[in-house]
Design a protein around this ligand. Structure first.
Ligand code: KG4
Ligand code: ZN
Length: 402
């Protein structure tokens, strides 16, 4: 991958308008205009509200992404569309009215700027998000106080030095198993090459994040419930309620979460009826439900690892932000008898040790949730393969990964 390549990417697949600029695999900016507050009263994403908000947010979001990237690069002149090498946009899967806003905006921009456009699958974005690199000097560029000019100058200078010896093309060991756990998808994706994927298994009904959100709704946790459930789970006992382990009699790597949702509803009805759970009961329920959902994923993951000798495991998607999920994956890897390593450092001591699996996670929570940086990351690989949209007029939504 060309590490100096500048990509401007946009994602409007669901309820967040996001724009990002990447330089090779390094994230220079990753702006997310969240609509969570708008959808909260509905307890889920309301498509027409999402479409309207995307329309209002897209232009300012793109402008902010370019502005923040200029600061990150330390350029005296402002980064404009003319400096960008290629544009990237999510074409699916997602909400049709929401996707169309991003698609139309980027088609227009491609025509006006005469820049190549790259069509990206949202799940591929989550699947590769762990590869995105931090722009070391400006880690906190999202909250940077641009009025503090001395601080800014200092950061820009140190950033320039880092950029001049930028050597961050990740060395990937194959086969890779990417686990995508989000509000819309739960998938095991195996590959020996970026761009050529085999889906080993996926949820046949609700996604894991969706299941956590629905159980959270029964407990009145608010929307989205996943992150709140994680907080409450830390205060509860994961063994308090014995959730069933689904799909143990089938050999497939597919998963099913709707039974866990039904179990929750029945349990609450049977044990609490019309009375609401007290605080500790809520914590215990959250801990047990979260454990139940992750235990199911771990059961299937251990079966995948029995069959396939993978060199790396990558985690992506909103639920990937969950510390407990990451911990359980590390334990599952260890149970295979292999060592877990967080990087591919060519440390001779490490390579002499017993077989290991490299476990990569996105470097920040912003890369777990829906965001455009992961879309730009995939685009930088597709740019190498010259996978550009050949006919902009013909470009449509497309939900398929393979
Ligand atoms: O990837 P994402 O932002 O959107 C989709 O593509 O679906 O994922 C959103 C999902 C929601 O279900 C949300 O509850 C869940 O990710 N989530 C979490 C956490 N943060 C977000 N679930 C568990 N623990 C978290 N910390
Ligand atoms: Zn997503």
């Amino acid at each position: 991958m060309n590490k100096y390549l500048l990509i401007l990417a946009v994602d409007t697949s669901c309820d967040d308008t996001s724009a990002a600029v990447l330089r090779g695999d390094t994230v220079l900016s990753n702006i997310i205009a969240s609509q969570t507050e708008l959808h909260r009263p509905y307890g889920g994403v309301f498509p027409t509200v999402a479409k309207q908000a995307h329309k209002e947010n897209i232009e300012p979001t793109v402008k902010t992404a370019l502005k923040r990237a200029s600061i990150a690069l330390g350029n005296k002149t402002k980064l404009t569309i003319n400096n960008i090498d290629a544009l990237a946009v999510t074409v699916g899967p997602g909400l049709a009215p929401a996707l169309e806003v991003g698609l139309n905006f980027m088609k227009d921009l491609a025509i006006k700027s005469q820049k190549p456009l790259i069509a990206i699958n949202h799940i591929e974005g989550h699947a590769l998000s762990a590869l995105a690199q931090r722009n070391h000097s400006l880690k906190k560029n999202d909250t940077l106080d641009t009025k503090n000019s001395r601080q800014l100058e200092k950061l820009i200078e140190s950033n320039k030095k880092k950029i001049s010896d930028n050597s961050n093309n990740t060395n990937i060991n194959y086969p890779v198993l990417s686990i995508v756990v989000s509000g819309g998808h739960t998938e095991f994706i195996l590959f020996n090459k970026i761009g050529e994927y085999q889906i080993l298994g996926s949820s046949i009904d609700d996604a894991a994040g969706e299941c956590l959100d629905k159980i959270g709704r029964m407990l009145n946790l608010g929307y989205p419930a996943g992150p709140i459930m994680e907080k409450f789970a830390h205060l509860g006992n994961p063994k308090a309620i014995d959730f069933p382990l689904p799909m143990t009699t089938t050999k497939s790597f597919d998963m099913s979460f709707s039974g866990l949702k039904t179990f929750s509803r029945n349990y609450i009805e049977d044990h609490f009826g019309d009375t609401s759970l007290n605080q500790q009961q809520t914590y215990d329920f959250c801990a047990s439900a979260q454990y139940g959902v992750f235990r199911h994923i771990m059961y299937k993951l251990s079966k995948v690892l029995e069959k396939y000798d993978v060199a790396e495991i990558w985690l992506g998607g909103g639920v990937a932000a969950n510390v407990n999920l990451r911990k359980m994956i590390r334990e599952t890897i260890k149970n295979t008898g292999k060592k877990v390593s967080n990087s591919d450092t060519k440390n001779p001591k490490l390579s002499k040790q017993k077989a290991k699996i490299i476990f990569r996670t996105p470097f920040t929570k912003r890369l777990c949730m829906d965001n455009a940086a992961m879309i730009g990351l995939v685009a930088s690989y597709k740019f190498e393969r010259k996978e550009f949209v050949s006919d902009l007029e013909e470009l449509e939504r497309s939900p398929r990964l393979i």
